[in-house]
Every structure is written in structure tokens, then in C-alpha cells.
Design a protein around this ligand. Structure first.
Ligand SMILES: C[S@@+](CC[C@H](N)C(=O)[O-])C[C@H]1O[C@@H](n2cnc3c(N)ncnc32)[C@H](O)[C@@H]1O
Length: 166
């Protein structure tokens, strides 16, 4: 199977990446989701932010899309922000159907943010491993990482292909 993971700059936050070589302004999420639906019928996942939930969810295909959650026990607590932003929605569509013998996967993961990757929004290994299980991915599948950033997702995928067991 061929899956995609899209981790674009979240709506309204593209400016965080304006010094990056791949920066191209705000990402058109409607076009991105249309691409995911058209090119990745086996399954895809899209990360976003809790403030963007109300705008992004209506763009996803009902009733197929699940809203999963990444909870961050350790997150960036900014001065003057009363209520921290300590979780993110992960929209998931499709994926491999599990057999009765396989473990059920939770629709949330708890994993602290990474601090040392030098890129805002780099995804931790635990998050990636959970995402691969959510999609029902197997080592001989293909994962297309549409917004590679630090390369953390590709590294986790290579590790998963070598060692798929938890
Ligand atoms: C949230 S980060 C991806 C993080 C990545 N998943 C990781 O774990 O390191 C988003 C990436 O998209 C890039 N980017 C910024 N604007 C973009 C645009 N308009 N189109 C494509 N990529 C863009 C950023 O430079 C950044 O590398």
C-alpha cells in the first residue's frame, strides 16, 4: 500500500518557516486535501493545530476521516498564554483494515515535543511510530512524506521498516 503523511505549516503559521528554502507562503489546505484524496486512496494523515480544527475538518471527506489527537505532556508554554496549546488534531483517512488478531490502536498518542531538531513542528519518534500503526502500515509499504522538514518522519519510517515491532 502507499500512504501519505502531510505535515504542512499550520494555517496562519507559515511565517514560522519564511527562512526555509521550501517556504512558499500559506499552504492551500483545500488543494492539499484534494491531492491527498486523489493520489493516496490507500490512506493518508494530515497534522494540524487545534485553532485550525474548525476550518480544516470541513475540508476533509466525510464520513471517512477520523480526527485523532496528539497530546503533548511537555509542550511550549508561552508567556501570556493562559491556556496552553498542548494537543494537535491528526486527520486520518483510510489505512489498512486490521484483522481480529491484531491489536486495536488508540485514536490518540501522548508524546512530548522534540526540542533539539532545530525545526518548529518536528515530529517525535513516538508520534511517528503511532501514526504508522494508525494507518496499519507494514514495512513493505510506501510512505510519502509531503513536508519532510527535519526528516524526522522519514527516519522513523526507515527504522519502522527495519524494526516494525513496538
Ligand atoms: C511542520 S514542518 C514539517 C515538520 C516535519 N514533519 C518534521 O518532523 O520535521 C513544515 C515544513 O513545510 C515547509 N514549508 C513551509 N511553507 C511551505 C509551503 N508553502 N509549501 C511547502 N512546504 C512549506 C517548512 O519549511 C517546513 O519544513
Amino acid at each position: 500500500m502507499r500512504f501519505a503523511y502531510a505535515d504542512p505549516p499550520y494555517p496562519g503559521q507559515a511565517h514560522l518557516y519564511r527562512d526555509h528554502p521550501d517556504y512558499a507562503g500559506e499552504v492551500d489546505h483545500a488543494a492539499l486535501i484534494a491531492r491527498l484524496v486523489a493520489e493516496f486512496p490507500d490512506g493518508w494523515a494530515l497534522s494540524s493545530s487545534s485553532p485550525a480544527l474548525r476550518d480544516v475538518l470541513p475540508l476533509t471527506p466525510p464520513p471517512l476521516t477520523r480526527v485523532c489527537v496528539w497530546v503533548k505532556p511537555f509542550a511550549s508554554f508561552k508567556p501570556g498564554v493562559t491556556l496552553a496549546y498542548a494537543w494537535e488534531p491528526v486527520f486520518v483517512c483510510g489505512g489498512r483494515k486490521r484483522t481480529r488478531e491484531e491489536d486495536t490502536v488508540r485514536d490518540w498518542v501522548s508524546a512530548s515535543i522534540t526540542l533539539r531538531r532545530g525545526l518548529t513542528g518536528a515530529k517525535p519518534r513516538e508520534f511517528c511510530r503511532w501514526l504508522f500503526r494508525v494507518l496499519g502500515a507494514r514495512p513493505d509499504d510506501e510512505l510519502v512524506d509531503l513536508f519532510p522538514g527535519s526528516g524526522a518522519v522519514a527516519r522513523a519510517w526507515e527504522e519502522f521498516q527495519r524494526r516494525p515491532e513496538p
